[in-house]
Design a protein around this ligand. Structure first.
Ligand SMILES: O=C(O)CCC(=O)C(=O)O
Ligand SMILES: [Fe+2]
Length: 507
């Protein structure tokens, strides 16, 4: 599997389903209508063959605004808890919002529906909770199947505050951040998700419901993230399951905006994985996915009304014609190739990790995240045979970055190694003797031990060498035996510190 792009349709045994080109059937990307095109946007998936696109705009919404939206939604949105099959745990909470008099409700999976918050009646005082609809299947993982959904009675006040926040968010996101989209082309609905902590998530699924015509036509979605950072994965669909080695992952942080467009819902699945239980429990995260309902339900009054044919809406829905000004394609900026998927190992660890990923257990974090593993890349050279996930690698960077900032505030952090490199290895242990287990093994000969320092009751030892260290399986085994051992490796040069460390298991 190549990483700068997914296999083309029909290549490497993948399905040969390709789509009509954007030249033949115009489709404009949502990002092109934003105020920050192209500089702020990072492509996540750019697959012209499959007409599938996803772009990420980090920190599109200011921290202050995001915080305010988050707090208000947490309090006033009519959250409905979704549970697992046995009803023993909550997988996430959701609610559904529509504008413009639409009364469509939203189906999570095959049967369960959540009532449209625009049509919910405020309950008279003392009335019992509403039990919403029949049990159903949510998403594609058995784990995310849930039983009947309880909707608490809502006060008139909280319902109208909910609508007010949503209107404000719509105005800011689409009015300010997408000035090129006329108001008639704004999304007319949103699905909201609340993940109370890292134990909640959403399984592999596609937003391909009939309401959005996601299965057989272009289907734009704009997702915004508020609160805690969570991972987001996208993969090519292989039948009903994700193609394991095609997973593209990124972190969605407070205020980030992500688009999914074109036929992505037809060819791909996405997921918000649960966090590693060994990491601290993450705080709440709210996600809002704005969508365009295009096939209203039978009982919805909008079904009978003629559909608006606003030209920018036609352009992002792939329904414009070749001559219309709004649907005429803009050339993509040079830095975007026609075929690209985001590849973390190329971005963060060039030369240290092999870019070909496999879904397997990470030698760093050992997190059984999905299908007994996570996307991992093998180390190169002395690191051959060790597999690391993106988070293991990021975790170690965080430590280095913090330390570097404290030590030399005036020296900017380098992202590329410059000058002669020195490899450093550091271990924390409560027993002085244990450094002898690690350090000679790592550097072969007798290295110089540079520092000993006390850190929360544990000592830290550092050793350096001009040659990359060798961590033998034997040495790794010794590390694993001692819970206090956390060892990491970094490259430093005279001119700065290379942001490229790898972390080993701390127990
Ligand atoms: O939480 C997210 O970022 C994704 C939510 C999602 O996929 C959905 O609502 O369909
Ligand atoms: Fe989704």
């Amino acid at each position: 599997m190549s990483f700068e792009r997914w296999p083309r349709p029909g290549e490497d045994g993948v399905s040969d389903a390709s789509e009509v080109s954007r030249e033949d059937l115009p489709l404009r990307l949502l990002a092109e209508f934003s105020s920050a095109w192209p500089h702020a946007w990072h492509p996540v998936v750019l697959d012209e063959d499959r007409r599938s696109f996803s772009f990420h705009w980090p920190k599109a919404i200011s921290e202050e605004r995001s915080q305010s939206y988050f707090e208000r939604l947490l309090e006033v949105a009519p959250w409905v808890e979704l549970r697992n099959t046995k009803g023993t745990s909550v997988t996430r909470s959701t609610c559904w919002y529509c504008t413009g008099g639409c009364t469509c409700d939203y189906a999570y999976g095959q049967q369960t529906r959540v009532t449209n918050a625009s049509t919910l009646q405020a309950a008279p005082e003392g009335s019992p909770p509403l039990t919403a609809q029949s049990p159903g299947t949510d998403c594609t993982e058995g784990e995310f199947v849930h039983g009947s959904v309880e909707v608490e009675p809502l006060s008139e006040e909280s319902l109208s505050s909910f609508r007010a926040v949503m209107e404000e968010i719509l105005e800011h996101v689409f009015g300010d951040l997408f000035p090129g989209l006329s108001k008639d082309a704004w999304p007319n609905s949103a699905n909201l998700n609340l993940y109370r902590d890292g134990r909640q998530g959403v399984g592999w699924h596609a937003d391909d419901e009939l309401l959005f015509k996601g299965k057989d036509s272009d289907c734009p979605v704009v997702s915004i993230s508020l609160g805690a950072t969570r991972e987001f994965w996208v993969a090519l669909k292989d039948g009903a399951a994700p193609l394991p080695n095609s997973i593209v992952e990124l972190d969605l942080c407070n205020g980030d905006l992500l688009t999914m467009e074109g036929r992505l819902q037809r060819h791909c699945l996405h997921l918000v994985p649960k966090c590693n239980p060994r990491e601290p429990l993450r705080d709440e995260r709210i996600n809002i996915t704005f969508r365009w309902v295009r096939e209203h339900r039978f009982r919805c009054p909008l079904r009978r009304r003629p559909q608006a044919s606003e030209s920018t809406l036609l352009a992002i829905a792939g329904e414009g014609n070749l001559d219309a000004a709004e649907t005429r394609l803009l050339p993509l900026p040079l830095r975007f190739h026609g075929s690209y998927v985001r590849c973390w190992s190329m971005e963060v660890c060039p030369g240290i990790l092999n870019p070909l990923q496999q879904l397997r257990l990470c030698d760093g974090c050992k997190h059984v995240c999905y299908a007994e593993g996570r996307p991992c890349c093998e180390g190169q050279g002395d690191w051959a045979g060790y597999w690391f996930c993106r988070r293991s690698r990021r975790h170690s960077t965080w430590r280095l970055t913090n330390k570097t900032r404290r030590c030399s505030r005036k020296t900017p952090m380098r992202t590329e190694p410059k000058g002669p490199l020195t490899w450093w290895i550091r271990c924390f242990t409560s027993t002085r003797d244990r450094r002898h287990l690690l350090v000679p093994d790592a550097f072969g000969a007798r290295p110089q031990v540079h520092q000993t320092a006390s850190r929360k009751g544990a000592r830290s030892y550092e050793a350096s060498s001009r040659k990359p260290p060798q961590l033998s399986p034997q040495c790794d085994g010794q590390l694993s035996q001692h819970a206090q051992y956390a060892c990491f490796l970094s490259q430093r040069s005279e001119l700065g510190r290379y942001d490229g460390a790898l972390i080993l298991p701390s127990n």
